[in-house]
Ligand binder design. Structure first.
Ligand SMILES: [Fe+2]
Ligand SMILES: [Fe+2]
Length: 282
């Protein structure tokens, strides 16, 4: 069953909106931009392209919230520490807040387009249960995949893109998202550190997670390492923070080899061997 819908980031006209705004302010690491987007500096086509990318990002942020809210449930089942559950729920909220940030950017880029919306499928894709894995192992596998791998790559891509984005309004919007994504990428490594003793005492589960990594590395490579040929990006697109798939590919391998694999190894997992032998197992 799919649930196609037009997703908007509107607030209701009830006191829930005030609660939502004060929650947003409390969690904000970076204040909303004081800059106003000046479309006259760029060609309409470049602005349209970057607006489409923010629309795609809006849908993606919303979907990430669905993933983290389910991952929170798996942390409940794993009897995780209170802080891990609180931060995971915060991360689910962050992704909803990011959905709102994306909508604000789309509105600034395309002010004549009305209230920003994006076509999505609202059906919540269930998070993997990993067969007979124990609740602890199941949560660890999904935490590693979503945060240590996926969010780390997203974070590194953001940093690389931000580095050459010169538009001040878009730079601020990207920095607002990035400020939270750093936490999202770090979460998994902190969670692994909290599970170190459990992992050291459970050889069978540790070996099973290392086997899972063989598969997970292959899946994430298919998902997040774009394949050539790549279109050359214009200077204008770079200034606006446009997606550069050649850069994304380079950043993917750099992040996996120099951050994710060593980070997992530091937590007692033989991730180097799993990365070298990566292949889909199912
Ligand atoms: Fe996000
Ligand atoms: Fe995130």
């Amino acid at each position: 069953m799919s649930l196609p819908a037009s997703l908007r980031a509107t607030l209701s006209s009830t006191p829930l909106a005030d609660e939502s705004r004060s929650f947003d302010r409390a969690l904000d690491r970076i204040a909303p931009s004081q800059h106003v987007f000046d479309a006259s500096l760029y060609s309409p086509e470049a602005v349209r392209t970057v607006a489409a990318q923010w629309r795609y990002r809006m849908a993606f942020e919303h979907r990430s919230s669905m993933v983290f809210s389910q991952l929170a449930q798996q942390l409940y089942e794993a009897n995780a520490s209170l802080d891990a559950k609180i931060v995971m729920l915060r991360m689910a909220s962050d992704e909803l807040r990011h959905t709102g940030t994306c909508a604000a950017v789309i509105e600034a880029l395309d002010p004549s387009g009305g209230s920003p919306s994006v076509e999505v499928d609202l059906e919540v894709a269930p998070l993997a249960r990993h067969g007979n894995a124990s609740p602890q192992e199941r949560a660890l596998r999904n935490v590693i995949y979503t945060t240590c791998m996926s969010e780390m790559v997203a974070c590194a891509r953001f940093v690389a893109t931000l580095d050459r984005t010169t538009d001040p309004f878009l730079r601020d919007a990207m920095r607002r998202l990035l400020a939270d994504e750093v936490l999202h990428g770090q979460f998994g490594f902190h969670y692994l550190a909290s599970q170190r003793e459990w992992l050291a005492a459970h050889d069978v589960e540790r070996a099973s997670i290392e086997r899972f990594l063989v598969h997970a590395f292959a899946v994430i490579e298919e998902e997040l390492a774009p394949k050539p040929p790549f279109a050359e990006l214009s200077d204008e697109a770079k200034a606006l923070g446009g997606d550069d798939f050649a850069l994304a590919r380079e950043v993917f391998y750099g992040t996996m080899e120099h951050a994710v694999v060593p980070g997992l190894e530091q937590q007692g997992l033989d991730a180097g061997a799993s990365w070298k032998g990566r292949k889909r197992l199912v």
